[in-house]
Design a protein around this ligand. Structure first.
Ligand code: CP
Ligand code: NVA
Length: 302
């Protein structure tokens, strides 16, 4: 059975810390233009059933830097869009490529794909999780502030795929995550159970931000939820990350957002473009964290 990366829970805390250390090393090497072809001759298939900028470019660039190749597939120009079963696609791609990344809708579509694949499968975002983003986010935290164990992270807004992956991270890396959002958009009961003592939920944004080391948010409307945009504006508005909210956080607190961001909605322009925002470093780290992940899954490094 190959090793898959479907949620952050597929890795232990020690493995995540090893990947972060390797990602930091690869970042420094990249800045010196010293690229190591550790995945020479390997091919990664990239299936995108939803849009992407960062995930596509970071995986394609990572494979190019590591000496391998990538193949981009979308439903529009592959047989997936004409109803070929995901199980058959998994079996066929496993005969040709060394790993497959999928971005899709129901998380169950990725688990079904992985069950029928004989090569590593990477979740490039599902309706339920976005684990690749968490690798980059944790790398960013470690680089700027050191280990995250015992720290307080506050999440604002929707209990979405990113929020779920932060819940996984809190559990694995043993920090406290406070989720503040409208009750109707809180994480599911199952995610709350998974978060255990590392998770608390609330509806008071200033209480959530109080003494937090890291403030995180994401769009109020994830891909496929666009039709709900108008209805939920008023519910979400009190949870906007703005200067008032940042003032309640620890004096050295930083701000993260996986992007794309909507200024004036989930975050004010002054916060995302301000001195406590680390979103550009965070986005850039997708490249380095995923290189470390690819080496780990394809070459057993780490
Ligand atoms: N953060 C992120 O995954 O961005 P993309 O949707 O552009 O890939
Ligand atoms: N929650 C967002 C993340 C985008 C990277 C979405 O699923 O659209």
């Amino acid at each position: 059975m190959p090793r898959h990366f479907l949620t952050l829970a597929d890795l232990s805390a020690a493995e995540i810390e090893t990947l972060i250390a390797r990602a930091m090393h690869l970042k420094q090497a990249f800045q010196r233009r010293q690229l190591q072809q550790t995945c020479a001759g390997r091919v990664l298939a990239l299936i995108f059933e939803k849009s992407s900028t960062r995930t596509r470019v970071s995986f394609e660039t990572a494979m190019a830097h590591l000496g391998g190749h990538s193949v981009f597939l979308s439903p529009r120009d592959s047989q997936l869009g004409r109803g070929e079963p995901i199980e058959d696609t998994a079996r066929v791609l496993s005969k040709m490529v060394d790993a497959v990344m999928i971005r899709t809708f129901e998380h169950e579509r990725i688990t079904r794909f992985a069950e029928h694949a004989s090569v590593p499968v990477i979740n490039g975002l599902s309706d339920s999780y976005h684990p690749c983003q968490l690798l980059a986010d944790l790398q960013t935290y470690y680089e700027l502030k050191g280990p995250i164990k015992g720290k307080k992270v506050a999440w604002f807004g929707d209990g979405n795929n990113m929020c779920n992956s932060w819940i996984n991270a809190a559990r694995i890396m043993d920090f406290h995550l406070h989720v503040a959002g409208p009750v109707a958009c809180h994480p599911s009961a199952d995610m709350v159970r998974q978060g255990g003592a590392n998770l608390s939920l609330g509806e008071d944004p200033l209480a959530a931000a109080a003494a937090s080391d890291l403030i995180v948010t994401d769009t109020w409307y994830s891909m496929r939820q666009e039709a709900e945009a108008e209805d939920k504006q008023d519910l979400f508005r009190p949870f906007q990350v703005n200067e008032r909210l940042m003032t309640s956080a620890a004096p050295d607190a930083i701000f993260m957002h996986c992007l794309p961001a909507y200024r004036g909605a989930e975050v004010s322009a002054e916060v995302i473009d301000g001195s406590r925002s680390v979103v550009w470093e965070e986005a850039g780290n997708r490249l380095h964290a995923q290189k470390a992940l690819l080496e780990f899954l394809l070459e057993g490094m780490g």
